[in-house]
Every structure is written in C-alpha cells, then in structure tokens.
Design a binder for this molecule. Structure first.
Ligand SMILES: [Zn+2]
Length: 389
C-alpha cells in the first residue's frame, strides 16, 4: 500500500469518527445520500477497503451506528416523492417500472422503509457457522462488495457455487448489481478464473444440479442456456456432464425446455405492452374491466403464464391490485351497479326486470331488499351532503 493511500485512509478514518461522534447515520443507504464522496473513496482504495473495513479501522462497531431510512422515494423524472412509484410512473409519465429502471439503473421503486418491510433480510442463515449475518438492512452494490470481501477474509472459497449453497441472497444480489458473480468478484480485485478452478474440484451431484435449476426457477432467474453459461459455468458444465445436455438437465428438473425457450421469445417490448394494458385494466370497473382482461388474456396468456404463472401473481409483481385481474365480477362492480339503479327500485321489481343482477346481489350480499335499502341510503346521504356544500 502506497503512503498516499495510507494518508488517504487515515483522513477517511478521522472523518468517519467525527461523523459517528456527531450521531450522524452511517448505514450505507444514508451514507450514500449524505456524503457520497466519502463512500466512493472508500471503495476506490486498492487493495479493497469498502465501508465495513473503514468502520473497523475507525474502531466503530456496526451495531452502534445510527441508522436512517427514508419512508419515501423520489421520482427521478419530476422530483415528487411517493412510498411506491409504480402507479405514479404509469399514470403521470406513461412509463413502465421496467422502462424507468432502464433509464435510471440505480433508481428504486419503493421507499427504504417499504423495502425493509417487503423483502427484509431477516431470513435465518442456512448455515450458522459459515453464513454471515446481515449487518445492513438493505442491499446496495457497496454492501454486496463488503459481504463478499468478508467471506474472502474468512478464507473460504469465493466461487459462485460455494456461496450460493448457503447464502443465496448474496449471489442473487451479485447478479442483480453486476450481471454475474464473476463481474462482482473482479470488482474486488479477485481473479474469477482461479476461483472457478478451485470450485471444479468438487463435482456437483445429479441432485445438486436439479436443485440449483429449480432454485433458479423459483427465484425467477433466467434459465436459458446462455444465462447459465455466463453466470454459473460450474452448474452449466455439471448439467451437461451429468445429463448429456443442458436441455436434458432441465427436463430432469421437471422444467419444460420449451417454456424456457418461450420466455426468451417474448421481447421486453411485448412485455411492456402487457404492463401498459394492465395499468389500464386496473382503472376499469364492471363489464369494461372483464372485457379488457379477456382480450388481454386471449393474446398474452402464454407469456404471462410462462413468466408469472397467473394473472394475479403478475399483478402483484407490477404493483397492481390482483383482484382487478380476476375474471369474476368484483364486489365494487356490484355496488356500482346497485347504485345506478333507480332510487325507487324494489327487490320484487329487480327480480322481474334483471334476474341476473338480482341473483348476483343475493349470492354476494344476501337478502336483496336489505342490500338495496343500504346502498340507496348511502347514495341519498351523499347527494344531500353534496347539495349542502
Ligand atoms: Zn414523476
């Protein structure tokens, strides 16, 4: 280490001690917001330093740091803040979350507090002896590097498979932030080739190959041949060695190779079309909603099925109300229909004039005369209040 680097580090250490003594939050998301330059310089040092080791150098225990998480996320286009952006992006900027992320790769769609609530890292470590507990609540590229560095310092193997076997959240984050495990460890100054060589000495069993493929499927990670080849060469080689071909390994894991192929055949552009249509459906009610959903289903069901399994899972994934993607009539649709009825409508008359609506009301809410009274009363009160104001 050069003397310039040494004096750089001691300046950083002094700065971070000062911040800590002032009670300023030092968790990575807050630090990146408040003093991005200091964070950046901690990751610019070679050999790798990072945030965790800088704190250790300053004698600060991660357990003692102040933490700060925002309960809003700012839209990078208009600067307004929301707890979740998906609806706003579509409504105001006609942009799918995916398009937004392509334009702003580091942007988040949910506030930090929501992200902690949704996919907090409180899952139990698989192997108490070797799986590192989490010291940050949220994933950042920087936190990922600190984690891999910690594993490296402990002297264990730093290849994809050995980490993946007991700490999948870390290998998933590597693929998310760097595209591949190799790219992530290269950023730490490690040579992926050497680490792979170490790994190949332990060969994967048939069962391990099958489980890895199934895990990838469960986590929605790409399963096409090229993706496996670039992100997990060891799995790819083992799959071919054990089963004769990658395709045969997929079949052994009960994954339909045609569907893997099918997913790749649909372009992002097509998926964006479906997402845009889904946002429109989310605004519709009654017959119009069901009609639009049926139409979308006719054209895109194979793709949605291959990627998401069901319309409601798809809706949840893109931040919409799953009820809006059911082919059944919804309660709110029925209430709207009831409110549209003339105010002197009686159960007897409805039975004669619109038996289908009468039946639906009965089935959903019970005795029709009581239901009519209830919703017409609400209507009446609303109208009266509207007049007064
Ligand atoms: Zn905006």
């Amino acid at each position: 280490m050069s003397s310039t680097t040494k004096s750089q580090i001691s300046r950083m250490v002094a700065k971070i001690k000062q911040l800590h003594n002032q009670g300023i939050p030092l968790n990575l998301t807050a630090a990146k917001r408040r003093f991005p330059d200091l964070v950046e310089s901690a990751y610019a040092v070679t050999p790798f330093l990072g945030w965790r080791k800088l704190l250790i150098a300053a004698g600060i225990d991660y357990k003692d740091i102040e933490r700060e998480y925002l309960n809003y996320v700012v839209c990078k286009i208009c600067g307004k803040d929301f707890s979740i952006l998906t609806g706003h992006l579509m409504g105001t900027h006609s942009m799918t979350p995916k398009e937004y992320r392509q334009k702003y790769p580091d942007a988040e769609l949910m506030s930090e507090t929501l992200r902690i609530a949704h996919r907090g890292m409180r899952q139990k470590p698989i192997n108490l002896k070797i799986t590192l507990p989490h010291w940050e609540e949220l994933w950042t590229l920087e936190y990922l590097l600190d984690r891999i560095e910690d594993y490296r310092e402990r002297g264990g193997p730093i290849n994809f498979y050995s980490i993946h076997a007991h700490d999948r959240s870390t290998t998933d984050a590597a693929i998310r932030f760097f595209g591949s495990w190799d790219a992530a460890i290269t950023r730490l100054g490690l040579n992926p080739g050497e680490n792979r060589k170490q790994a190949s000495r332990i060969s994967l069993s048939d069962k391990e190959v099958i489980n890895s493929l199934k895990d990838r499927q469960k986590n929605g990670l790409p399963l096409n041949e090229n993706a496996i080849y670039t992100s997990d060469l060891r799995l790819y080689n083992a799959a071919r060695r054990r089963f004769g071909s990658y395709r045969k390994a997929l079949k052994a894991a009960s994954i339909d190779p045609e569907k893997v192929y099918l997913i790749n055949r649909y372009s992002d552009e097509e998926l964006n079309k479906v997402i845009k249509a889904a946002y429109k459906i989310n605004q519709l009610t009654g017959e119009a909603r069901i009609k639009a959903l049926k139409n979308l289903d006719k054209h895109y069901w194979p793709m949605v099925c291959a990627r998401y399994k069901s319309w409601s899972k798809f809706a949840i994934k893109i931040g919409l109300n799953p009820d809006k993607f059911s082919f059944c009539e919804q309660e709110e649709d029925l209430i709207i229909a009831i409110k549209k009825l003339p105010s002197n409508m009686t159960a007897g008359r409805l039975f004669k004039e619109n038996r289908s609506l009468y039946g639906k009301i009965w089935y959903r809410f019970g005795p029709v005369s009581i239901v009519l009274k209830k919703y017409h009363k609400i209507n009446h009160v609303l109208r009266k209040r509207g007049k007064k104001l």
